[in-house]
Design a protein around this ligand. Structure first.
Ligand code: UDP
Length: 242
């Protein structure tokens, strides 16, 4: 597999790909079955990596780093190293589901509150009849070992890790060498959307690059977390001047 161009946004190296290229690359990694992982950083995670070396190391260890949010795309543009497009992790995951469904492949759903992964399993199996959900586990476990064993017992093609960032990135980095899976993706709040417990922004909002605003309006408690956005922008502008 040839290496593709990387775009640095405040220390995180993003793969510069279209969605089709990213899904092709994810699929190829899955076939290698070496538990490589995909990360989907938004500006918040980029900023976390600047102050949390373990998070930065986990993100840097990914085989594929896609720009989940419009903020990263703007950041890259301001830095005069534009990315081809925004690559929402949830769309990327669905691209892999489509391929897995065709190939009768399997996925293990890890994360979210108890009961949510089961709901996601039921909905995903209806939506993608060829897709096998080989197992589920909530994201509030105390010991990692038994969870790793449960995943390895079914050896899925894809492991969805939805523990929130940067916990999910650190978890994938820590356990990659022990896991018998094709590929992992740190997919944040996607499980809640697949389960139907959280609604995704309507397409018009997504196209306008306002998915973050929709999410903020639905979950105002996210405002505190989003205060890091102006800081991200200032860092990008400062870097640009240099
Ligand atoms: N979560 C989890 N275990 C934890 C912390 C969070 O499974 O210890 C789940 C949480 O229930 C939610 C998901 O992680 O379903 C992602 O949460 P968040 O909204 O923070 O997602 P992000 O902004 O990272 O996409």
């Amino acid at each position: 597999m040839t290496e593709n161009e990387k775009i640095d946004v405040l220390g995180v190296a993003f793969d510069n790909l279209t969605m089709d290229e990213a899904v092709d690359r994810g699929w190829a990694l899955m076939q290698q079955r070496r538990a490589a992982y995909v990360v989907t950083p938004n500006p918040e995670i980029v900023m976390v990596c600047r102050s949390d070396p373990a998070a930065a190391e986990a993100v840097a260890g990914a085989s594929l780093t896609i720009a989940d949010g419009i903020g990263v795309v703007y950041g890259a543009k301001i830095l005069k190293t534009p990315l081809k497009q925004k690559l929402p992790g949830i769309d990327f995951t669905q691209g892999l589901f489509a391929r897995l469904a065709e190939a009768s492949g399997s996925v293990f759903l890890l994360g979210s509150k108890p009961g949510v992964a089961e709901l996601a399993r039921d909905r995903l199996q209806k939506q993608w009849p060829g897709l096998r959900v080989a197992g589920v586990h909530d994201g509030y476990f105390q010991e990692d070992g038994p969870v790793v064993e449960q995943i390895n017992a079914v050896a899925p093609d894809l492991l969805l890790v939805c523990l929130g960032a940067p916990k999910q990135e650190k978890w994938m980095h820590r356990w990659a060498s022990a896991l018998d899976v094709g590929l992992m993706i740190g997919a944040g709040g996607s499980m809640d959307v697949f389960a139907g417990t959280v609604e995704r922004a309507p397409e018009r909002w997504q196209r306008a690059g306002l998915e973050w605003l929709y999410r903020l309006l639905r979950e105002p408690k996210r405002l505190g977390r989003m205060m890091v956005l102006p800081k991200f922008l200032l860092c990008v502008l400062f870097r640009k001047k240099k």
